[in-house]
Design a binder for this molecule. Structure first.
Ligand SMILES: [Zn+2]
Ligand SMILES: [Zn+2]
Ligand SMILES: [Zn+2]
Ligand SMILES: [Zn+2]
Ligand SMILES: [Zn+2]
Length: 339
């Protein structure tokens, strides 16, 4: 809608009037037929019509143009009264400057700046209203820290307000505590499950290690037994060796004086072979014993895997052979003595 013609001071050219509302053009637009209209007027007209409202020539929104510059200048220079003239404003100025004036016109009605206040007052009366507005707020004079609306001030009770606030905070805190507790519980649960899993895994490992340990202990006992046996055999062998050496020493002076020397010498050779082989066997036994000791050490170092089985039968067999040799020598010695 255009500006009310009544507000204008002096003559207004008819070309500056809207063809729809017949008031002075507001935000003017011009048709190709050079008729001019307020922007709002022609927009609502073209919703139901497709022609110029003045001469009925075809018209659509796309063909509307801004007003000629000289006409805009004429329009802007028109003098009119303030829209608040009814309230007492006596300002008259050009249309161009009227918006600026009306934005700060002391007679214009404006809303109270306090939140929630529905009162509309003239700009010049705002200060007076604010001083007595029911929606003005200020801090409680008793120091409880609450901001009070003047309308509520008479009913304000610091203790009750604070108690309510404390209750609310308490409820909020309880809520948070409960939330944290639930979270902690769920975390603990998951950790507990994890620990139980770990524990059973460790138990299994322990059982396995125990099994390995008992196997190793068994092997060690067997090896120790074998070692004891070998030591015993060695002691026996040493004893036999000493006996044989003594026998040999006893035989040495008689051998050359008897006619059966040949025979004795032959026997001596046989027995001598046994004697000569004796240290070799002794060495073999020692080597075998060292090998077993090495096996024992390696078994102790790596407590897993099957240890080498001790060779128990070999020593006994050798002992038997040795006893035979000893018997043979003793027999020969007796024969020699008889002769
Ligand atoms: Zn109009
Ligand atoms: Zn027209
Ligand atoms: Zn005014
Ligand atoms: Zn107010
Ligand atoms: Zn208070």
């Amino acid at each position: 809608m255009g500006y009310d013609l009544e507000r204008f001071v002096g003559y207004v050219n008819e070309g500056l009037l809207c063809c729809v509302c017949r008031d002075v053009l507001q935000r003017p637009l011009q048709a190709p037929c050079e008729h001019a209209y307020c922007s709002a007027c022609i927009s609502s007209w073209l919703v139901h019509h497709h022609s110029c409202p003045e001469d009925r020539l075809p018209l659509d929104v796309g063909s509307l143009k801004p007003l000629y510059r000289y006409m805009r200048n004429d329009l802007n220079r028109l003098q009119l009264r303030c829209m608040n003239a009814g309230q007492g404003c006596e300002v008259v100025c050009s249309l161009e400057n009227m918006h600026t004036h009306e934005d700060e016109c002391e007679f214009a009605f404006i809303s109270c700046s306090n939140t929630g206040c529905p009162v509309q007052v003239e700009r010049r009366g705002l200060e007076a209203h604010l001083s007595e507005c029911n929606f003005r707020s200020r801090e409680c004079p008793n120091g409880c820290g609450h901001t009070l609306l003047s309308i509520d001030q008479s009913q304000h009770n610091c203790v009750a307000e604070l108690r309510t606030e404390v209750e609310m905070l308490r409820a909020e805190m309880l809520c948070k505590v409960e939330e944290v507790r639930r979270e902690m519980e769920s975390r603990l649960d998951s950790q507990r499950r994890h620990m139980v899993q770990k524990e059973s895994q460790l138990k299994n490992d322990m059982e396995e290690l125990k099994g390995q340990l008992s196997r190793v202990m068994c092997d060690m006992r067997a090896l120790l037994g074998a070692e004891r046996l070998r030591r015993q055999e060695m002691a026996e062998a040493e004893l036999e060796k000493r006996e044989l050496m003594e026998l040999l020493r006893d035989l040495q002076p008689t051998r050359s004086q008897h006619p059966v020397e040949q025979q004795a010498s032959m026997d001596q050779k046989t027995c001598g072979w046994e004697l000569h082989t004796e240290p070799t066997r002794h060495q073999q036994r020692e080597t075998s014993f060292q090998a077993s000791s090495l096996s024992l050490h390696s078994a102790q170092a790596t407590i897993s895997g099957p240890p080498p089985s001790p060779q128990l039968g070999a020593g006994t067999r050798k002992g038997g052979t040795r006893s035979l040799t000893l018997d043979c020598i003793k027999r020969k010695s007796r024969e020699v003595t008889v002769i």
